[in-house]
Design a protein around this ligand. Structure first.
Ligand code: ATP
Length: 235
């Protein structure tokens, strides 16, 4: 579905931030992008999205016109549009069928417990509420691929569980999902494979059992393996 091949990339040609990062994401696969603060996760996402001033490499999508949703860590929205107006704007831009999106939007508003604020401006929402809106909007477009930057930090536990439920359905539909997160116990439960970045490089890529084997920690958690890998005991 997506082939990412980054030779080097960054914000300035003379100072590449990430290099030699090569991976693919298949249909129906969920990949966890993990690494310490400053490891280069957001920079990798920006490279995939074509948002970096300096990028040497290529990103290939199976479809010539990739249909993907990017959910940033910091919500982006229109100050003077209500939640429902955001949904209507998206539906109009994406040419969604009213009889379908209205039903789905109503379902999502109820499951994310946002029905009561659908006619309020986003500028009055908390960070978690704004994040919920970003998630709902992306889900409504049913993209081929989701790129999600830290979804678990601002959301309350019920919203996380609703979000995971919907993601599971989207994954079964065939969506490819890249999630960047520090919440390793959740990532461990939901992701099929992991990319561990450190200092702008891909340290290890694989399933949890591959990483456990690599670390000689057969029953170790993702966090145990992550700690060990980054302590340099293995590398
Ligand atoms: N806009 C920018 N201009 C220049 N350097 C940047 C910019 N954004 C990030 N960097 C640098 O790139 C490196 C990687 O940052 P990045 O934001 O990709 O890390 P991250 O893994 O997403 O970290 P975190 O977990 O803290 O979000 C850091 O050294 C950072 O200082």
């Amino acid at each position: 579905m997506i082939e990412v091949s980054i030779e080097e990339a960054g914000y300035d040609k003379n100072r590449p931030i990430i290099n030699n990062i090569h991976f693919s994401i298949k249909r129906g696969e969920m990949i966890g992008l993990i690494g310490e603060n400053g490891a280069g996760k957001s920079t990798t996402i920006k490279a995939i999205l074509g948002l970096l001033p300096y990028f040497k490499g290529k990103t290939e999508f199976a479809n010539l016109t990739p249909n993907f949703a990017y959910i940033p860590e910091q919500p982006i929205y229109y100050e003077y549009l209500t939640l429902w107006e955001h949904i209507e704007l998206l539906a109009s831009v994406k040419n969604l069928k009213r009889e379908i999106w209205e039903k789905e939007a109503t379902y999502l508003l109820t499951s994310f417990r946002m029905e009561g604020v659908k006619h309020h401006y986003l500028s009055n929402f908390s960070k978690g509420m704004k994040q919920k809106v970003m998630l709902m909007l992306s889900i409504l477009t049913h993209p081929d691929c989701y790129i999600i930057d830290e979804p678990f930090v601002g959301l309350d536990p019920r919203a996380i569980s609703e979000f995971l439920k919907v993601l599971k359905i989207e994954k079964q539909r065939g969506a490819a999902i890249l999630i960047c997160t520090h919440v390793l116990d959740t990532a461990e439960k939901i992701c099929d494979r992991f990319l561990i970045l450190s200092k702008g490089k891909l340290v290890v890529e694989g399933t949890l059992s591959y990483i456990q084997e690599n670390c000689k920690l057969i029953d170790g958690s993702l966090l145990d393996c992550f700690d060990l890998l980054l302590e340099g005991e293995i590398l």
